[in-house]
Design a protein around this ligand. Sequence first.
Ligand code: FMN
Length: 196
Amino acid sequence: MNLAEWSTPFKRFAEVFEAARRAVPKDPNAMTLATVDANGRPSLRTVLLKDFDEQGFVFYTNTRSAKGRALNDTQVAALNFYWPSLDQQVRIEGTVEAVTPAEADAYFASRARASQLGAWASHQSETLKSRAELEARLEEVTKKYEGGEVPRPPHWSGYRVKPERIEFWKAHEFRLHWREEYVKNGAAWEHHWLNP
Ligand SMILES: Cc1cc2nc3c(=O)[nH]c(=O)nc-3n(C[C@H](O)[C@H](O)[C@H](O)COP(=O)(O)O)c2cc1C
């Protein structure tokens, strides 16, 4: 296995991700997103990877949610993909920036209308008195936008995790797993093998 032939981790990620897309029937793009808030408290949740390239890894969410507030405060994040059927894990660590309004608009416009309305109805991460409160808000926005396009809520957008470190892990027998990290050094990526 000549893994060092990839000079940047992105092509490598694209290959692993393509394998995951073929092998994993549901949500191969699901990833654990770790954030740290202004008090240094970590928090994890699953989100879906919607885009990636050499600039970074993009997901969409409510910017006023718990994760949105943490990201706005500390601007760092980590991502973890684990695909059991591939026996592979990818870990990504980096800084975070908002996607451009044009990118967020384009992705929002591609979503199903019901999801667009849901983005208005859900005050993500806030306490909900009852399910009825959410359903009433959904009904309200459904009426409001009837017969027209649903605009993107100002508090709904995407974040791009700009990696500074990407680690590829692949299972091997006797727990002698393959571990490699790519660490950003200026414009270049350094490649290291790691003990499993
Ligand atoms: C498979 C899966 C995919 C999810 N994708 C997203 C997503 O792309 N964006 C999002 O905001 N929440 C997504 N969620 C919900 C989050 O895990 C989380 O409950 C929500 O974003 C609130 O998190 P927060 O309170 O930490 O901000 C997903 C959950 C699961 C289980």
